[in-house]
Design a protein around this ligand. Structure first.
Ligand SMILES: *Cc1c(COP(=O)(O)O)cnc(C)c1O
Length: 421
C-alpha cells in the first residue's frame, strides 16, 4: 500500500499533485511519501509482535537520505550501516549510536575504530581476520566491541544473482560449517564480546522457504555453540524481504505478517534478542521517480518513449533487469506499446521494452513506481548529468530533502594539471 494515487485524474503524492513538484523543482526528481514510510515501518514492527526481544535496524544503504532516516528514527528504528559514511549519516539523522549495527564485507581498520569511538551497538564480523583486528583496536582503546559473527548458510535465496548473498560461493560471512571453530577462537580475545550470529541471504526474496532454511541452520548453530559453552544472546536475521514491483503480478512476495509469523515459529526456543535489518520492504514502495517525456520517436517495432530520467538516476533496470511500473501523471485512458528509454548513450539505459503503457507524448509527466529503495542512493552523474534531487511529501507540504547537484558543481571539483600546457 502506498500514497501515490490519482485524484481527479492527476497523480498525487499524498495531497500534493505531482505536476506542482515538477514545475517547482524540475524533473527528474525522486518523491517520497512520509505516510507510506511510516506505514511500512509500523507494519513491519507489528509483524514481529510475537518476537519478545527485538531490535530493528533500517538498512540505510537502500535509502540514506537524512530526511527519510529521520522519519524512521522517529519510528524507533535504528540503522544497519555498511560504511563509515553511512555511520555518520545515521547519527546525523538522530539515530542513537547503540541502535546502529555495522555490517559490510570490507570494513577498514579506520572504520572499525570509528564505530568504536562512536559507541555503536554491534559489529557484524565477516571473517576471522576482521574479528582479530576489531579485538586489537578495541583492546588498545580499553574498550570491548559488541559483535556477532556473520555466517553464510549456503542457501539459495531464489532472487537475482547479483543480490544473492547466502550461497557458499558468495563473498559474505564465514561458511556455516567453519563457524564453530572461528567463533571459539574469536570469543577468547580480549576486546571482543562475541555474543551471537548474523545472517543475510539476499534481497528481494519472494518466498519464505529460503529464509526458513537459513534460520533453521542458524538455530542449529546457536544450539551447537551453546553446547560448546558459549553464551549466545543476539541473533541478527538480516533483511531481504521482497516488495511487489509489478501491479497484477501473480508471484507476490510474502507479507511482513507471514514473515513475522514464520520467524516467531522458527525462533521460539532461541531465547535471544533478535535483530532485523529491513531495507527495501520499508522504503521501496515509499518513493517514485518523477520524469518528463522528452520525445516519442518511432522504433523498428514500437516507438521509443524518451524520458528525462536515465540509468544514472535509477540504475536497477540496467543493473538487475528490474521492472518498475510506469504511469502517466495525467492518464488519458488510452494506452500504447512502447520501449521507455533515457537519454544516456548506452542501450542498457532502457526502463522497459515493448511494454503496454499509458499513452504519453512529449511534455507529459510520468512516474516510475517503487523507486524508494536502491534508487537515488545508486545515482551517478554519468554522461555529466546532474545528481537527481529528492523531495519528501508530508500531507499537503513537501521539502526538497536533497538538492539537485548540477553538472557544473561536479566539474568545479576537477582540475587540469598545469603541467599539461
Ligand atoms: C542490503 C542489506 C540489507 C537490506 O536488504 P533489503 O533487501 O533491502 O531488506 C540488510 N542487511 C545486510 C547485511 C545488507 O547487506
Amino acid at each position: 500500500m502506498d500514497h501515490f494515487e490519482l485524484r481527479d485524474g492527476v497523480m498525487h503524492a499524498e495531497d500534493i499533485p505531482l505536476p506542482r513538484i515538477a514545475e517547482e523543482i524540475g524533473t527528474p526528481v525522486y518523491v517520497y511519501s512520509r505516510a507510506t514510510l511510516e506505514r511500512h515501518a509500523q507494519v513491519f514492527r507489528d509483524a514481529l509482535k510475537d518476537v519478545p526481544r527485538k531490535h530493528i535496524a533500517f538498512a540505510i544503504k537502500c535509502n540514506p537520505n537524512l530526511g527519510v532516516l529521520r522519519v524512521l528514527a522517529r519510528q524507533g528504528y535504528g540503522a544497519d550501516v555498511v560504511s563509515g559514511g553511512e555511520l555518520e549519516r545515521a547519527l546525523a539523522a538522530g539515530m542513537a549510536a547503540e541502535d546502529i549495527v555495522f555490517s559490510g564485507v570490507g570494513k577498514t581498520r579506520a572504520e572499525l575504530a570509528q564505530g568504536l569511538d562512536r559507541g555503536i551497538g554491534q559489529f557484524n564480523i565477516e571473517h576471522e581476520p576482521e574479528g582479530i583486528a576489531l579485538a586489537e583496536i578495541a583492546a588498545r582503546k580499553d574498550m570491548t566491541a559488541p559483535a556477532v559473527l556473520r555466517v553464510n548458510p549456503d542457501v539459495d535465496a531464489g532472487t537475482h544473482a547479483k543480490i544473492s548473498t547466502g550461497k557458499a560461493e558468495n563473498k559474505f560471512g564465514v561458511g556455516i560449517d567453519t563457524a564453530p571453530e572461528i567463533f571459539a577462537r574469536l570469543s577468547g580475545l580480549p576486546g571482543l564480546n562475541l555474543r551471537g550470529i548474523a545472517v543475510h541471504i539476499g534481497s528481494q526474496l519472494t518466498s519464505l522457504a529460503p529464509f526458513e532454511a537459513a534460520f533453521k541452520r542458524v538455530g542449529q548453530l546457536v544450539a551447537d555453540l551453546r553446547a560448546a559453552g558459549h553464551s549466545i544472546t543476539h541473533v541478527d536475521l538480516g533483511g531481504g524481504l521482497g516488495v511487489p514491483y509489478r501491479a497484477g503480478d501473480n508471484i507476490l512476495p510474502p507479507s511482513p505478517a507471514d514473515y513475522g509469523a514464520m520467524v516467531a515459529r522458527v525462533t521460539r526456543d532461541w531465547d535471544v534478542t533478535l535483530m532485523f535489518e529491513p531495507g527495501r520492504v520499508i522504503a521501496g514502495n515509499s518513493g517514485v521517480l518523477l520524469t518528463e517525456i522528452l520525445w516519442v520517436k518511432p522504433g523498428a517495432t514500437h516507438p521509443f518513449v524518451i524520458v528525462d530520467a536515465a540509468m544514472n538516476d535509477l540504475a536497477r533496470p540496467a543493473l538487475y533487469d528490474a521492472w518498475h511500473d510506469f504511469a502517466a501523471v495525467k492518464p488519458s485512458g488510452e494506452t500504447m506499446t512502447a520501449s521507455i528509454v533515457g537519454p544516456v548513450c548506452e542501450t542498457g539505459d532502457t526502463f522497459a521494452r515493448d511494454r503496454l503503457i499509458d499513452k504519453v507524448e512529449s511534455g507529459d509527466l510520468a512516474i516510475f513506481r517503487s523507486a524508494g529503495a536502491y534508487g537515488a542512493t545508486m545515482a551517478s552523474t554519468y554522461n555529466s548529468r546532474s545528481l537527481v534531487p529528492e523531495v519528501l511529501v508530508d500531507g499537503d507540504r513537501y521539502v526538497v530533502v536533497a538538492d539537485r547537484i548540477a553538472a557544473g558543481t561536479i566539474m568545479a571539483a576537477e582540475r587540469v594539471p598545469d603541467w599539461i600546457d
